[in-house]
Design a protein around this ligand. Structure first.
Ligand code: NAD
Length: 499
């Protein structure tokens, strides 16, 4: 059985804990590898070593650090297919989708090449008589990244890029469910010229996370995952004086106005609801058609599109729309929630419960589901299902639709489909959700903007990537300087003979 270990001080480090987690091939249901789970002592040792490496890295000029990022971009492009293949085999998403996962992370590394510019401070000449004032952005020291299974390339890259380009060292604790890609990225960074110890990849579970939270050396934690863990990490990190940004779960609504292009909206809903088997924090999981006529017409357009979806292993190539979910437990949880929807009175219009794929009967495939007449009190509405299940909540008016999205505890992403600029503008202004699409179903901001949800989807006040990430990974120091007397007053200007 293949074993996956850690990356410490520029080389593979075999863990000593004797504890492992299973890494599945979600398409076949087989265990394909075992990943080491680090002990607290192993994590602490990696942190100590990172702290030593950070001193020199933090003092390296930003342009040189940016050059490492430049080379890293080249190497990721060189190995794109290899990375995507490893990603698909552990996660289950289709090959083109896996490339998208790598690509969206790569774009943040491209942005980080601008670190010298982003790290510039401010300067006021003559703030007082003979007084100048200036600020500088300094790295925090050692920081940690804790990342989820659903984007095993993109989210580690969102953490690694800004943290390292700012001059920090990072301990990355990726998801134990698909750990190979983060390790490959660490190797590529070494090839790109990153000094050993500046990026440590420690595989582990709750024990490693708690060791990160209790460390006196680690200064900041960037987390992405489910909401209960995000909140736990945010609170525990704050209790030990760490800076924390913790991004959680989602329940993203798409409002479909009566004037929307319904074919366009239906196509968008199918891609955004079922792509990556619904395992995206920006997936649309709730469709909110406004008016009964809109709802009836939308359902009519959705059903044939959903019934045509091709579900299969990534090895089947471009013919597949989405793959299996990540584990058997995830599949069981999705099917359990579907059952609550039926029991609580929602109308199951497309039923994927009996889906089975010949030759892959043990794989974690879940057929697509569409619910109609879902109400806000139902579990399928309140809970993040994280599977290929789209719920339709019929709204009587625009006001009812916007209120629905605003009252939900999550606030990651949302979208409105309409031809009415006034409605779209009002929606974008009033909605209490971090990322808004206008006729765009998955409004993931590009690398030079910032990514972050509101309400229970995000804890902390700075977003991921873009300029916020450089603020998160640096401290501002402001210097007020006066030079009351210098060489110009006390100097001797006449050429004197020696006494
Ligand atoms: P998860 O919360 O189970 O795991 C995330 C990380 O936390 C992993 O590294 C895991 O090892 C660790 N962890 C798990 N249980 C823990 C515990 N009890 N104590 C301490 N650490 C623990 O999330 P997941 O299932 O890997 O990812 C899916 C979730 O992530 C979904 O809720 C999804 O919406 C969310 N997500 C959010 C964003 C965002 O930007 N808001 C992006 C991607 C995914």
């Amino acid at each position: 059985m293949k074993e996956i270990h850690h990356w410490v001080d520029g080389k593979e480090y075999k863990g000593t804990s004797g504890r492992f987690a299973d890494v599945f091939n979600p398409a076949t249901g087989e265990v394909q590898a075992k990943v080491s789970l680090a002990t607290k002592d192993e994590l602490d040792a990696a942190v100590e070593s990172a702290a030593r490496a950070q001193i020199k890295w933090g003092a390296t000029n930003p342009q040189r650090r940016a050059r490492v990022m430049m080379e890293f971009v080249r190497l990721i492009n060189r190995d794109m297919d290899k990375l995507a293949e490893a990603l698909s085999s552990e996660h289950g998403k289709t090959f083109p989708d896996a490339k998208g996962d790598v690509q969206r992370g790569l774009e943040v590394i491209e942005f980080c090449i601008g670190a010298p510019h982003l790290l510039k401070g401010e300067y006021t000449d003559s703030a007082g008589t003979g007084i100048d004032m200036y600020s500088m952005r300094q790295p925090l020291g050692v920081v940690a990244g804790i990342t989820p299974f659903n984007f095993p390339a993109m989210i580690p890259l969102w953490k690694i890029g800004p943290a390292l380009a700012s001059g920090n060292a990072m301990v990355l604790k990726p998801s134990e469910r698909d750990p190979s890609v983060p390790l490959m990225l660490a190797q590529l960074l070494q090839e790109a010229g990153l000094p050993d110890g500046v990026l440590q990849v420690i595989n582990g579970d709750k024990g490693s996370v708690d060791a990160i939270l209790d460390s006196d050396v680690i200064q900041a934690v960037g987390f992405v995952g489910s909401t209960p863990i995000a909140q736990y990490i945010y609170e525990r990190a704050a209790a030990t004086g760490k800076r924390a940004q913790c991004f959680g779960g989602a329940k993203n609504h798409m409002i479909i106005m009566p004037d929307a292009d319904l074919d366009q909206a239906a196509d968008a809903l199918v891609g955004a609801g079922y792509g990556a088997a619904g395992e995206r924090c920006m997936a649309i999981s709730v469709a909110v058609p406004v008016g009964e006529k809109t709802a009836d017409a939308l359902i009519e357009k959705l059903v044939p599109r959903i019934e045509k979806l091709k579900v299969g292993p990534y090895t089947a190539g471009n013919d597949v729309d989405y793959g299996p979910v990540v584990t058997k437990a995830a599949k069981e949880n999705i099917l359990r929630l579907v059952q609550t929807g039926i029991d609580q009175g929602a109308e199951l219009v497309v039923d994927g419960r009996d889906f089975s794929l010949q030759g892959y009967e043990e794989g974690f495939f879940v057929g697509p589901h569409l619910f109609d007449r879902v109400t806000p009190d139902m579990d399928i509405y309140k809970t993040e299902i994280f599977g290929p299940v789209l719920s339709t909540v019929r709204a009587g008016s625009y006001e009812e639709a916007i209120k629905l999205a605003m009252d939900h505890e999550y606030g990651n992403g949302t979208a409105i489909y309409t031809r009415d600029g006034d409605a779209a503008r009002d929606f974008a202004n009033r909605i209490n959700i971090g990322m808004v699409g206008v006729n765009v179903p998955i409004p993931v901001p590009l690398a030079y903007h910032t990514f972050g949800g509101w309400k229970k989807s995000g804890f902390g006040d700075l977003n991921q990537h873009g300029p916020d990430a450089f603020r998160f990974y640096t401290r501002t120091k402001t210097v007020t300087a006066r030079w009351p007397s210098g060489i110009k007053e006390g100097g001797e200007f006449n050429f004197k003979a020696m006494d």
